[in-house]
Design a binder for this molecule. Sequence first.
Ligand SMILES: NC(=O)c1ccc[n+]([C@@H]2O[C@H](COP(=O)([O-])OP(=O)(O)OC[C@H]3O[C@@H](n4cnc5c(N)ncnc54)[C@H](O)[C@@H]3O)[C@@H](O)[C@H]2O)c1
Length: 308
Amino acid sequence: MSRILVTGGAGFIGSHIVDAYIEAGHEVMVLDNFHAGVRENLNAAAALVELDIRSPELEVVMREFRPEVVNHLAAQIDVRLSVEDPMFDADVNIIGGINLLENCIKVETRKFIFASTGGAIYGEPKTLPADEQTEPNPKCHYATSKLGFEHYIKLYKALYGMNYTILRYPNVYGPRQRPDGEAGVCSILTGIMLQGKTPTLYGHGTPLRDYVYAGDIARANVLALDHGDGTCVNTGSGRGVSVRELFDTLKDIIGFEGEPDLQPLRPGEIDQIYITGDRAKEVLGWEPQVSLREGLARTVAHIRSAAA
Ligand SMILES: NC(=O)c1ccc[n+]([C@@H]2O[C@H](COP(=O)([O-])OP(=O)(O)OC[C@H]3O[C@@H](n4cnc5c(N)ncnc54)[C@H](O)[C@@H]3O)[C@@H](O)[C@H]2O)c1
């Protein structure tokens, strides 16, 4: 049993990770400023601190709870906002992260697990699926701040011996995802189709993404407690799924009868990105278990019940 601090634990992915840690018998504290977090996501068995990761009060919280593991998900995740307001993006994703790392050293945290992004930092690689050797090529401030912070984590290992695992997520989807995030396309399409409206598919529906179910990502985070030390791991499926395939699957699940509005890709949007899961299998013993159809069916059921 470990004492684990989960920053961003009231958010979409963080709340699934908190549930998985509690289920596995760990003691969990959620730290979230509710910038995008939702109280209904909170697991009743987890302690809660409502605080910004940039706050000087973080030291008091960390000294009291003395987390053995910190799983860091709190972030500015909006790609467009990162381009419009790069100072805010860096303030949360880099300065806030450094505040956390500094306090991890003070309280001798054993391990730091970081939610990085394989969907954004590789840009538009020539060879797909992108593996961990693929040279990062960020196309926006968000991807740059996430990649930059990875280097800080490695620095804290080199300077202070702090153990870590960096997980580079693909497009994570599932219940509780907000429709305005980095990869909220499943929730966005579902919401629009459930209302009987016409969804827009950018890039005429051809762009490829790697969709992995949130529960599978949560399991990778449980495995990372004891595996994958000092390494960076893609948690992908290795499969690129077109937006059209996503639409068609949702159409079938929902019983939607309309057709989508096909539009060109918006400026700055990546056309194709999907990432490997081979190293994750090797070092974490992880691979995705929930099929796209099953995961989408669960997502639709969740959005339907929330709307009822
Ligand atoms: N959703 C994806 O597909 C995806 C893909 C790759 C990486 N990620 C990473 O996973 C993490 C979680 O993403 P998500 O989709 O669950 O987003 P989310 O917005 O649902 O969760 C982020 C949480 O962090 C909290 N937060 C934001 N700023 C904070 C601050 N300054 N102090 C304290 N709390 C703060 C928010 O209130 C929210 O609860 C992020 O680090 C994101 O970069 C997500």
